[in-house]
Ligand binder design. Structure first.
Ligand code: NDP
Ligand code: HSE
Length: 438
């Protein structure tokens, strides 16, 4: 094999970068055979060059000047594993302007600037790949972009954040505390540099934007996605879910019914029936169900966070970009040019679990029934939750409009016999068939 090696600049050597460097180094013979030429590490950019790192590469390869690294003439591919918007954004643009193909795992950046980055990639004839940015190890973006490119995706529902799934799973399985479970997720390298992004749902929102661009070929902004994180989920919610034969999961749901232009995109805690495949997703795993007109229902499941699994996806993109580069054909995934029409959350039709704490259970029942009836919220089941004391009513609604449910909750909050603002959690239908209002 006499051809010139392809040189890779790796930006970032943290949880993911360390494993990417390790894999590129330790699997170099296999990668050379698969690509057709050796794939060599040109340099690794970090903040702190002096910090000892157990990555088995020469110390001289480390640099704290990522811009100088990506501009070097001998660098062919750039792998961005810094996280955040800057300097990652400027570095990716500079890389592409200098003719380098780029691979990134940075969902925050792709969700904010994906369209512009795709344009830059197209202008400079280079690849822009980011399979690891959503659901880490699971090959999901490639199938959505390529394999389903000829079908009409109508719905995507799944768990796309490993940290929150880990926390909710611990709360469910062991009755563990939120804070302890979050600490474990950070120690295991699942969480973002600022775990607020995980627990408040913004990480899942960024991934939802990327999924929408590939599933529906429309451009959404993170502010188009309805967001509720898991910080408000209590041990009582988890217990209530169990008593309904459900578990609480942070779900991403994207819907665009066939023949309709509007997309409803949302991220929020949801009660998922144990019979649904998403209820069985444990630890930091992710799973996504894609529904398409022709293909039907497809389930993608696997490791959703962590250095080693994420490095698998990243290095897979390096192999793809390297092969395409040798063939002179960048992976030209087009940026969605059509701005998505967003359906407001109030038009969601769903079932809801509702907990109403009152001052006197018997006296409050008539008030609750009246408020719900007036607001068109039909009740499927109602009982007193005696495990939390004599004065809490819990009920499940039939499929009702979110706007009606919210109006009922507001009205209930003003009823004298209701002790606090009622809490509600959306419920996934046993067959996953919540529907948009027609
Ligand atoms: P870490 O915080 O562990 O690592 C970040 C790395 O970037 C560190 O090596 C840091 O240097 C380096 N760095 C940060 N800023 C600069 C800078 N200005 N100049 C030079 N180097 C810099 O992050 P992760 O590895 O966890 O995540 C990386 C990316 O991968 C993020 O976009 C994340 O969202 C994404 N991702 C993460 C997954 C995970 O499970 N962790 C899974 C899927 C995607 P130093 O080491 O000196 O501090
Ligand atoms: N913090 C992210 C998560 C990493 O927990 O899902 C994977 O994108």
């Amino acid at each position: 094999m006499n051809a010139r090696p392809l040189k890779v600049a790796v930006l970032g050597c943290g949880v993911v970068g360390t494993e990417v460097v390790r894999r590129l180094h330790e699997s170099r013979s296999a990668l050379a055979a698969r690509v057709g030429v050796p794939v060599e590490i040109a340099g690794v950019a970090v903040r702190d060059r002096k910090r000892p790192r157990d990555i088995g590469i020469a110390q001289e390869l480390l640099t704290d000047d990522p811009l100088e690294l990506v501009k070097r003439d001998d660098v062919d591919l750039v792998v961005e594993l810094l996280g955040g918007i800057e300097p990652a954004h400027s570095l990716l643009v500079a890389s592409m302007e200098h003719g380098k193909s780029v691979v990134s795992a940075n969902k925050t950046l792709i969700a904010e600037h994906g369209a512009q980055l795709h344009e830059t990639a197209a202008q400079h004839g280079v690849s822009l790949l980011y399979e690891a940015a959503v659901a880490a190890a699971i090959p999901l973006l490639g199938p959505l972009r390529d394999s389903l490119g000829g079908d009409d995706v109508t719905r995507v529902v799944g768990i796309v954040n490993g940290t929150t799934n880990y926390i909710l799973d611990r709360m469910t399985e062991t009755g563990g505390e939120f804070d302890a479970a979050l600490r474990e997720a950070v120690e295991r390298g699942y969480a973002e540099a600022d775990p607020t992004a995980d627990v408040e749902g913004t990480d899942a929102v960024a991934k939802t934007v990327i999924l929408a661009s590939l599933a529906f070929h429309t451009r959404l902004s993170p502010t188009d996605v309805y967001r509720e994180g898991i910080t408000g989920v209590t041990a009582q919610d988890v217990a209530d879910a169990r008593s309904r034969g459900c578990v609480v999961k942070l779900l991403t749901v994207l819907e665009r019914p066939a023949g309709q232009g509007e997309v409803l995109a949302r991220v929020h805690p949801t009660m998922v029936p144990l019979t649904h495949p998403l209820a069985q997703v444990k630890g930091a795993d992710n799973a996504v169900v894609v529904e398409a007109a022709g293909a039907g229902e497809l389930l993608f499941r696997g490791a959703g966070a962590g250095g080693v699994p994420t490095a698998s996806s990243v290095v897979g993109d390096v192999v793809t970009a390297a092969r395409r580069r040798l063939l002179g054909r960048p992976v030209g995934a087009m940026a969605p040019t059509v701005a998505g029409q967003v359906r407001p959350m109030r038009e969601l039709r769903s079932r809801y679990h509702l907990g109403v704490r009152v001052t006197d259970a018997a006296a409050a029942l008539d008030d609750i029934a009246t408020v719900l009836r007036v607001n068109d919220v039909r009740v499927d089941s109602l009982h007193r939750n005696r495990s939390v004391g004599p004065n809490t009513w819990v009920l499940a609604t039939e499929a009702v409009l979110e706007s009606d449910l919210c109006a009922a909750v507001e009205a209930l909050s003003a009823v004298p016999s209701v002790a606090e603002v009622p809490r509600f959690i959306r419920m996934l239908d046993p067959v996953g068939q919540e529907a948009l209002a027609r």
